[in-house]
Ligand binder design. Structure first.
Ligand code: PGA
Length: 262
């Protein structure tokens, strides 16, 4: 049996106004009762963090508050950036790092991603490190090479102890927001390779303990099948995280997958 607690993140990206964000948070807080079986975090836009955190706290929800991005320097002349301390101050406890939109739309390199991973862990926060191949890399048979490379770069200098606060999200770039999902077999195969790479970088215990989420057009209709795979420990959800009934159904699928033999 896998002892890993499934983990589902809701990445709201640059969506929702403040009122919609609070309404969604409050509906999720009402509907999510499986906090013992599933870890859940939502990642609203920076400007909504404080109010979403309050909406969750008001209902004593176990849903954690996460930030979609941050800058790794503690303070200073970095116009437009937001520090870890500022995010902690508004209640964020989880940091998303290396999302494909930050890698490929904004242009963040692996070195910056590694700086961010290290800074968030140093600050005592949890990290979800996203990795994933583009379609041309998959077609050139480079899927495993790309994912293990991004994993190794992203985790450079992360200690064994710090790995207890790291989750990996495998998100094939071609599946994000496109409606195309990796088949559960393809996703499982890549998750298994990522877990082997964790064994190579760390050890057996860490490889077995780290949660690896799947992301990329995950929705209620495919979550059950994806989460039933031995090395898929939940998901990082974009589009389907914006509707409470869809996100709650995905959380339920994760709860049902808990304790499935791995
Ligand atoms: P999607 O996004 O579910 O809309 O494909 C996933 C993500 O980017 O984390």
């Amino acid at each position: 049996m896998s002892a890993r607690k499934p983990y589902v993140g809701g990445n709201w990206k640059m969506n929702l106004n403040g009122q919609q964000a609070v309404e969604l948070a409050s509906q999720l807080a009402d509907g999510f009762t499986a906090g013992d079986q599933v870890q859940a975090t939502v990642f609203p836009a920076f400007t909504h963090l404080e109010k979403v955190g309050k909406a969750l706290d008001d209902k004593n929800s176990p849903i954690q508050l996460g930030a979609q991005d941050f800058y790794h320097q503690p303070n200073g002349a970095y116009t437009g950036e937001v520090s870890i301390a500022m995010l902690k101050d508004v209640g964020a406890s989880v940091m998303l790092v290396g999302h494909s939109e930050r890698r490929h739309v904004i242009g963040e390199p692996d070195t910056l991603i590694n700086d961010k991973v290290l800074a968030a862990l140093e600050a005592g926060l949890e990290v979800i490190l996203c990795i994933g191949e583009k379609i041309e890399q998959r077609e050139a048979d480079k899927t495993h090479h790309i994912n293990t490379g991004q994993l190794g770069y992203g985790l450079a200098g992360v200690s064994d102890a710090q790995m207890a606060r790291v989750t990996i999200a495998y998100e094939p770039v071609w599946a994000i927001g496109t409606g195309k999902t990796a088949t559960s077999q393809d996703a499982q195969e890549t998750h298994q390779v990522i877990r082997q790479a964790l064994w190579f970088l760390y050890n057996d215990d860490i490889a077995n303990a780290v949660r690896i989420q799947y992301g990329g057009s995950c929705k209620p209709s495919n979550a059950v099948e994806l989460f039933s795979q031995a090395d898929i420990d939940g998901g990082l959800i974009g589009g389907a995280a914006l509707k409470s009934e869809d996100f709650l159904a995905i959380l339920q699928a994760a709860a049902n997958s808990a304790g499935v033999p791995a």
